[in-house]
Design a protein around this ligand. Structure first.
Ligand code: ADP
Ligand code: ADP
Length: 226
């Protein structure tokens, strides 16, 4: 687990207007932070800079007390769940979940134990031999979650993980993510367009607009009108 501190983060693509413009924010160890705001306000860019998929133009990104500006994604020990789940089509569910452990060259018995644990939590035990193409949207989403929790990451990053699911599944997965995060107590940054997700999942909600933080507040302060 680790806190995430952003100090005056700026991101410019080319010479355009900054996509992220002087963002400073402290996300506490174990906190669930939601990022909301209109399309193009810089949510994905911010998430990608936390993970290391995007260079920071200026400012400091500090994770668990260490400045990580110059660290590659795999040196940051973070788990990201993408909107499209980014599963490997030629690999089984087991191997998709195991992927980060294989990269880390974990021993076979550890891989087996951790994948089994993750798939039990996510009720994927019966599907471990299947390929992603033969899974429902909800199951695919769970495989992506499995891959995120299988290693002991310092933080979870979610980029609209439920936006491709129908309303019923979205509700189920919302409950599941909430349960999982509280159980694991892992620092989480979660991008969404969905107010219900923001309200049910977030400890705090950060509202971005044109690359600038408009406000950071609890879901109650933000959404419950007097
Ligand atoms: P969303 O609104 O769902 O976040 P976008 O359409 O904004 O998706 O972005 C999809 C991908 O395209 C991202 O990887 C983003 O970095 C990239 N992208 C977004 N805007 C531009 C742009 N103006 N030029 C090049 N790539 C872009
Ligand atoms: P959001 O996730 O809130 O929809 P993004 O972070 O994707 O916003 O985009 C923020 C701004 O940066 C937008 O104006 C977008 O067009 C621009 N942008 C994003 N990715 C790229 C890219 N790879 N190249 C150029 N511009 C980009």
């Amino acid at each position: 687990m680790a806190s995430i501190e952003m100090r005056n983060i700026v991101k410019k693509y080319g010479d355009g207007f900054p996509a992220v413009n002087d963002v400073s924010m402290d996300i506490a160890d174990g906190e669930f932070m939601i990022l909301v705001g209109p399309s193009g306000c810089g949510k994905s860019t911010l998430l990608r800079m936390i993970v290391g998929l995007e260079d920071i133009t200026s400012g400091d990104m500090v994770i668990g007390g260490n400045r990580v500006n110059d660290k590659a994604p795999r040196e940051r020990n973070l788990s990201m769940v993408f909107q499209n789940y980014a599963l490997y089509p030629h690999l089984s569910v087991f191997e998709n979940i195991a992927f980060p452990l294989r990269l880390a060259k974990a021993p076979e018995d550890e891989v087996k134990r951790k994948v089994t644990e993750a798939s039990d939590v996510l009720e994927l035990g019966e599907h471990l031999d299947r390929k992603p193409a033969n899974l429902s949207g909800g199951q695919r989403q769970r495989v992506a979650m499995g891959r995120a929790i299988v290693r002991d990451a310092d933080a979870f990053l979610f980029d609209e993980p439920l936006s491709n699911l129908d309303a019923k599944l979205r509700g189920q997965m919302r409950t599941e993510i909430s349960r999982l995060q509280r159980r694991l107590g892992i620092t989480t940054v979660y991008v969404t367009h969905d107010q219900t997700e923001a309200m049910t999942l977030g400890d705090r909600v950060c509202v971005l607009r044109k690359g600038v933080i408009q406000q950071v507040a609890s879901p109650r302060e933000l959404y419950e009108q007097p």
